[in-house]
Design a protein around this ligand. Structure first.
Ligand SMILES: C[S@@+](CC[C@H](N)C(=O)[O-])C[C@H]1O[C@@H](n2cnc3c(N)ncnc32)[C@H](O)[C@@H]1O
Length: 265
């Protein structure tokens, strides 16, 4: 299956991830989900919380979300964004042999990197056992090999080394990314690349995250933006490509944001 738009749309639809034209359309889909499953997810939410969720709260939330019927509808809120990210990351890792995807959830993107033929094998890791169970159950016959591992990326990564490590909206949300980045640095082959899509990244938080990468020995070579329009809103997601070797020129994060003319800026 090539890394093209139609194939990726089909791939995400297998996970129930289908764009919604409006919030009303999305709400109708959510209301059609089994009431007990909706209630189980709603019970994990912290209305009005002004702090980052604890690990226990995350395990509960993602555990309830991992039911394929629930995950498909929840991820449909950002279906076009996930499509844009899947396409951009697959293009960057194309030709690599062993990919590791951090915080893979139900495996919708991990499996795409293998199914699209971008990489020879892909391994997804997540610390929510229900996510890993769903990822294994949903995995389609990928052209490459595909594996899902239950584990905490701040404690240990799957055995072996990788020439591509990817992360969508996970490392940048950790209260302290340094322990996971040290593990990434060790697991990355000398000529490997680390591709990270930053969550809620402003110029300042992205620059701070890039500095945390550099402190771990992962030097940013490239900044690009992945644009997604979902439920009538366009957002730009900063994507950093880092490698162990220092680049000849430093990437100017603040300048990159200023030049990108981001939606809403
Ligand atoms: C925002 S979701 C992103 C899912 C997927 N990468 C995507 O972009 O669609 C973050 C995922 O990271 C996982 N996660 C968070 N902290 C983790 C940790 N310390 N170890 C392993 N997985 C973690 C969560 O369980 C969740 O599935």
């Amino acid at each position: 299956m090539p890394n093209d738009a139609a194939a990726l749309t089909h791939h995400l639809a297998h996970y129930g991830i289908v764009p919604c034209a409006s919030l009303t359309h999305w709400q109708a889909r959510w209301n059609a989900v089994d009431a007990a499953l909706r209630a189980a997810l709603d019970a994990t939410r912290q209305p009005g919380a002004t702090r980052a969720p604890t690990t226990a709260e995350q395990l509960r939330f993602y555990g309830a979300l991992a039911v394929p019927q629930v995950a498909g509808v929840m991820y449909s809120r950002q279906a076009n964004t996930l499509h844009a990210i899947g396409s951009a990351v697959a293009a960057l890792v194309a030709g690599r042999q062993q990919l590791l995807d951090l915080g893979c959830n139900i495996g919708h993107l991990t499996s795409w990197y293998a199914a699209s033929g971008a990489v020879r094998s892909a391994t997804g890791i997540d610390f929510v056992p229900q996510c890993i169970a769903s990822a294994r159950a949903l995995a389609q016959a990928a052209s490459g090999t595909l594996k899902f591992v239950d584990g905490d990326i701040t404690q240990a990564l799957p055995a072996g080394t990788f020439d591509a490590i990817t992360d969508t909206h996970t490392l940048s949300t950790l209260p302290n990314a340094a322990p996971a980045l040290a593990l990434v640095r060790n697991a990355l082959q000398r000529d490997g690349i680390f591709v990270s899509v930053v969550a809620h990244g402003s110029a300042a938080t992205t620059a701070e995250f890039a500095a945390t990468l550099a402190a771990a020995g992962l030097h940013v070579h490239k900044l690009q933006f992945v644009y997604g329009t979902d439920l009538g809103q366009t957002a730009a997601h900063p994507l950093l490509l880092a490698a162990v070797a220092q680049p000849g020129t430093r990437v100017d994060i603040a300048g990159g944001f200023a030049a990108a003319r981001l939606p809403g800026a």
